[in-house]
Design a protein around this ligand. Structure first.
Ligand code: ATP
Length: 289
């Protein structure tokens, strides 16, 4: 038996805009993605037989063929017939689930990476990114990592310079959001505020911290924050407690506040906990490349 342990890092959207819809109903997006140092840990071990067994530390995460990690094994079996044997995959879940942080996508990316090593498949990163798009629009980015602008349906990635050091306070409010339902509702909303993604990208490119902070934004707040007022409440508390800005990531409901090195992050952490606004509170930094 051989075994590998792989970290599956989460992501935050420093910016997210929806710029159109394709004939098949998919949405064209313009996003700035940032990998963060909040990670699931996957331990993948080969088996003597050909079965795929998944276990997870959170019992509400499905461990059957609907788990993206399982789907990733099947994907590689299709691309490399006869070369990918049975595996036991254990997922230590740290990334909040159904929260807009690409937890499932990152697990899938980790399996693609891990099986490439375990079964000596010889895939280069670009190829892994290309085939993993089939598993979901965020999966290629989870292999790419770092800071990137993502366009198309999320599959076109352009590397951006690393952002300045900062700390994130990440809060998952006690509600869950389905990405599909959020996008469906977005199509029916008329008054939305689009973040200026060019301005955000220019600020990142020139290392302009004030520009980064003032141009962060998420057009999907017009759906999710409208439905769940707790999101605006968390943003206000974070700002009152010293966050330089606070926005929702992905389709939500997770909100993150930005703090500079040396800022007091504990006050906001304590206040959000005290007011019962959170089902999970995390602090972490960006994963910089
Ligand atoms: P994204 O930001 O890519 O939209 P998300 O963070 O909103 O993703 P996930 O944490 O990936 O959402 O979970 C969405 C749903 O996917 C869960 O409710 C769960 O049923 C299912 N799922 C499948 N595989 C996994 C996995 N490995 N980890 C977590 N959830 C998974």
């Amino acid at each position: 038996m051989s075994e590998i342990t792989v970290n599956a890092l989460g992501k935050l959207n420093l910016g997210l805009d929806v710029v159109g819809t394709l004939p098949n109903g998919y949405h064209r997006v313009d996003m700035v993605m940032q990998t963060v140092k909040l990670a699931d840990t996957l331990t993948i071990a080969t088996r003597e037989d050909s079965e795929i067994h998944i276990t997870c530390t959170k019992d509400f995460v499905p461990v059957d063929e609907s788990n993206l990690a399982y789907k990733a094994v099947l994907l590689l079996r299709r691309h490399f017939p006869g070369r990918v044997g049975g595996v036991d995959i254990h997922i230590k879940k740290m990334i909040p689930v159904a929260a807009g942080m690409a937890g499932g996508s990152s697990d899938a990316a980790a399996v693609v990476y891990g099986l490439n090593e375990l079964f000596s498949l010889g895939m280069k990163k670009n190829f892994m990114m290309q085939i993993s798009l089939e598993l979901g629009a965020d999966v290629p980015f989870c292999l790419f990592r770092g800071t990137a602008r993502s366009t198309g349906i999320g599959e076109r990635l352009e590397r951006l310079p690393a952002i300045p050091q900062m700390r994130f306070l990440i809060t998952k409010p006690p509600v869950s959001v389905s990405t599909a339902e959020c996008y469906a509702a977005f199509d029916k909303v008329s008054d939305v505020i689009h973040p200026d993604m060019d301005a955000l990208v220019n600020a990142i490119s020139s290392g302009d911290m004030d520009g980064i902070l003032s141009n962060m934004g998420n057009v999907l707040e017009s759906v999710t924050a409208k439905k769940y007022p707790v999101i605006e409440e968390i943003k206000s508390v974070m700002r009152e407690c010293g966050a330089r800005n606070a926005v929702m990531t992905g389709s939500g409901p997770t909100v993150f506040g930005v703090f500079m090195p040396g800022d007091d992050i504990d006050k906001a952490y304590g206040e959000i906990g005290k007011r019962g606004l959170s089902k999970g509170l995390y602090t972490c930094g960006p994963y910089l490349i």
